[in-house]
Design a protein around this ligand. Structure first.
Ligand code: AMP
Ligand code: TRP
Length: 339
């Protein structure tokens, strides 16, 4: 099995007693190692303990992807990736954000309780202003408001994400706090839930692994691609000669071994004592990653060959959420004087 599944409890016959969690992921092509270790592993694990709702956030993607055919293809690819990695449609709800229009309605209402100054201070907004200076659209500024609405519409209290989402989550809490103070207690303040790898560094060993930086390891990609990406990883930059002792604590390759086998301490020791070289350690990591994701990769290919199956899961997910999204909107409209 490719992800650490908790031992299966008896299937829950209803979700009434299970607290609700929510997370969203952008349809940005295939899943990388940072997504899996930082978030998706937790999605899989937590679907056994919570009423779990997972959303492919295509509205959010529109703030930087403007090709309709590409967005449609990537949305389905992301759904297939998540199912291949272990999301079970009988244990969780997987859907596409734009299939539940209540998200944008609540986002509009949240816009009216969110000071612009909070949004202008958001780190990702400041960063995007630098990286896409010709495309600083209003959606980019309002991005965290929609994220807050995604979570709040289902009154989810916990949100499995990577550490890069900490500022967005803080803003979500501030937005619902402001709403609750103005219109009466309505939403819980959502808390982030992290994995043991809340920030996975990319192959450059310096920046967070991210598709936009191009430093990813594409876990469901072709084994040849995975090997190439792993072999390109920057290790301990101070270890010049094969006989130099390494510093596993600063080597990204050594750190990643923690997640792919019980013998990571031996591997780290090998580096520290120069018993093994960086190339050996990288080859071993590549082998293990390829092996670890082999079943998921097969399932991914299989699912993409049956797009109707994937689309069916997404449609059923959006339908299942209709009553709770509508109930929240009725409550909110009433509290805000709209009905
Ligand atoms: P995104 O692709 O930006 O929608 O990210 C999907 C999920 O993966 C979010 O919960 C992110 O916080 C998480 N994530 C993305 N990149 C990393 C990374 N390099 N390390 C840890 N978590 C990450
Ligand atoms: N901003 C998140 C990311 O880039 C995606 C996201 C949208 C999200 N809405 C969410 C994450 C709600 C958690 C909860 O990864």
């Amino acid at each position: 099995m490719m992800t650490e599944l908790a031992p299966a409890p008896a299937p829950a016959t209803d979700d009434v007693d299970r607290p609700r969690i929510f997370s969203g992921i952008q349809p940005s092509g295939v899943v990388h190692l940072g997504n899996d270790l930082g978030a998706v592993r937790n999605y899989v694990k937590l679907q056994w303990e919570f009423e779990a709702i997972y959303c492919i956030v295509d509205y959010h993607a529109l703030t930087s992807t403007h090709d309709p055919a590409l967005l449609r293809a990537r949305t389905r690819e992301m759904a297939a990736s998540l199912l291949a990695l272990g999301l079970d449609p009988d244990r969780c709800t997987l859907f596409v954000q734009s299939h539940r229009p209540e998200h944008t309605e609540l986002a509009w209402l949240f816009n009216t309780v969110t000071p612009v100054s909070w949004l202008e201070r958001t780190p990702t907004y400041k960063e995007k202003r630098q990286t896409q200076p010709d495309d600083v659209n209003h959606g980019l500024l309002a991005y965290p408001v929609l994220q807050a609405a995604d979570i709040a519409i289902y009154k989810a209290g916990r949100v499995p994400v990577g550490k890069d989402q900490a500022a967005h989550l803080e803003l979500s809490r501030e937005i619902v706090r402001t709403f609750n103070a103005r219109y009466g207690e309505t939403f819980p303040e959502p808390q982030a839930v992290y994995t043991e790898a809340p920030t996975v560094l990319g192959t450059d060993g310096v920046r967070k692994m991210s598709k936009s930086v191009g430093n990813t390891i594409d876990v469901l990609g072709d084994p040849a691609l995975i090997r190439k990406q792993v072999m390109s990883m920057v290790t301990d930059t101070k270890r010049i000669l094969r006989t130099d002792p390494g510093r596993p604590e600063v080597c990204n390759v050594c750190q990643l071994h923690r997640f792919f086998g019980p013998d990571w301490e031996t591997i780290q020791d090998g580096e520290r004592t120069a018993r093994t070289g960086c190339v050996d350690t990288k080859k071993l990591l590549a082998d293990r990653i390829v092996e670890h994701y082999a079943v998921a990769r097969e399932r991914y290919i299989e699912l993409l060959a049956h797009p109707d199956e994937v689309d069916g899961v997404l449609e059923a997910g959006a339908d299942r959420l209709r009553p709770s999204a509508e109930a929240t909107m009725d409550e909110v409209r009433h509290k805000m004087g709209l009905r």
